[in-house]
Write a protein that binds this ligand. Structure first.
Ligand SMILES: [Fe+2]
Length: 456
């Protein structure tokens, strides 16, 4: 698949470099700036928008409305380099009927945002221009993912609160939500894992539910689970900590270590969760099993029942890994947080007897040695934070760099896989860098993820 994509991208570059494409360029514009007569490229897969191609000649106000309804933070305007005024690209020779042939290969793949980014890079005329253009698109992509993440968070909160009040309709809704997430995931094998700047400090339980759900589905798919199993996994992980909502907040959010009595109370949350699930129909036995067993460990040291390896199902093993990972990265006391890199290293070195080794190795391959959210130092001397990773390619890692001359919203971004001379040499702890650099790179209060193709 990747080889095929590579060939198609090569053909795009060749088309862009050919006679017919030489006079064309692409410019990032706000969706609010579109008007009749423009030709724009929609940064979504073709099945995610209502047009028959991803490059659209806007013929009338109805087309404008259909594009605005997609709620895209940006589009790409196809412009002629001789005349860069918006809207001047609508001459007869630019009508879609005239260039169907030339656009075919391009349109097949250029709809996807990260792919568009690469074709943009190919058309940029100089290295600095290319980098600035890429950074701008990347920041816009992150904004798009953040919007989708926060919309999903609102949805998840409604579902969890609905189940707490034993609403059967909510369980049906939760099953439908997970089905949509699973089908999107199965349809987009090359989705990119993005770091989300989650600023809202409330609703920690809902952030945890969404984050673990997404990571569990990613790992489950990689482990070869089918659609039905993935749905059971998704619903189970979505509700795995629902019993925590019966634990007093003084224990749940306590930053100091829990007393033995508080720990004992806290450890009741899987049983509370099962009790809640049993009072509302529609939650599958597999999902209930995940709620009950998600703190069980293969060496028998887990709780509440101290199960051993043979008694712990694959769905539970997946949940345990992503649950621990998210808890290490986002603990009750933020000062004790592991960086994503350190969390994986710790799990691999210290917990390999307790976790499913093969699944853990799969998870590390998916997230990378330097998962999004990891502070890193490059061989150029730059310091940055990993903000995105294509799990299908270990080389495709995007790093946002510290640059005191620009605000972090415009910080330079380097794509490690596309710049062979640039390498990550080590991960950094927050204590390794000055506070102002840490603040610039990590304004988020927690490490959260979103897949870019789940934005629509
Ligand atoms: Fe839990």
């Amino acid at each position: 698949m990747i080889k095929v994509l590579g060939k198609v991208l090569e053909s795009i570059v060749s088309i862009l470099g050919g006679e017919k494409r030489r006079k064309k360029d692409l410019r990032v514009i706000s969706a609010a700036d579109i008007r009749v007569g423009m030709k724009v490229r929609i940064p979504l897969n073709w099945f995610r928008h209502p047009f028959w191609k991803s490059t659209v000649y806007i013929r009338n106000q109805e087309d404008v409305e259909r594009i605005l309804a997609l709620e895209l933070p940006f589009l790409l305007e196809v412009v002629d380099r001789k005349d860069t005024q918006p809207g001047k690209d609508a001459g007869e020779s630019e009508r879609p009927e005239d260039d169907k042939e030339a656009m075919t290969a391009e349109d097949d793949v250029a709809g996807e945002v990260h792919e568009t980014d690469r074709s943009l890079s190919a058309s940029a005329s100089s290295v600095p221009e290319k980098k600035a253009f890429s950074a701008k698109v990347h920041h816009l992509k992150v904004q798009q993912c953040q919007k989708a993440y926060h919309e999903k968070l609102v949805e998840i909160k409604k579902l969890i609160q609905g189940v707490l009040s034993f609403s059967e309709e909510t369980v049906k809704e939760a099953n439908r939500t997970i089905e949509v997430m699973v089908s999107s995931l199965l349809a987009d094998p090359e989705a990119v894992v993005f770091l989300i700047n989650a600023k809202k400090k409330a609703d920690v339980i809902f952030h945890h539910a969404l984050n673990t759900c997404m990571l569990a589905l990613l790992l489950g798919r990689d482990a070869g689970l089918t659609g039905e199993s993935l749905c059971h996994l998704g619903v189970g992980v979505l509700f795995h900590d629902i019993g925590k909502l019966r634990i007093p907040k003084s224990i749940l959010y306590k930053e100091k270590p829990l007393t033995p009595a508080e720990k004992q109370f806290y450890r009741l949350h899987p049983d509370y969760g099962v009790e809640i699930a049993s009072r509302v129909s529609g939650i599958s036995p597999e999902a209930t099993m995940i709620i009950r067993d998600h703190h069980e460990l293969l060496d028998g040291t887990g709780y509440p029942r101290g199960l051993t390896e043979k008694e712990i199902n694959t769905l539970v093993r997946i949940t345990t890994i992503v649950n621990l990972y998210d808890n290490y990265c986002n603990p009750r006391n933020p000062e004790r947080a592991f960086t994503p890199h350190a969390a994986l290293a710790h799990m691999y070195r210290k917990l390999s007897q307790k976790l499913d080794r093969l699944l853990l190795e799969r998870f590390i391959r998916l997230m990378g040695v330097f998962p999004p959210g990891t502070l890193v130092e490059l061989n150029t001397g730059d310091v940055g934070v990993v903000i995105a990773r294509a799990h299908w390619s270990p080389k495709h890692v995007s790093v946002m760099l510290y640059d005191p001359n620009v605000p972090s919203s415009k910080a330079p971004i380097v794509s490690i896989g596309e710049s062979p001379e640039v390498k990550i040499i080590r991960s950094l702890r927050p204590a390794d860098i000055p506070p102002e650099v840490y603040q610039y790179l990590s304004p988020s209060f927690r490490v959260s993820y979103m897949l870019d193709t789940w934005t629509k």
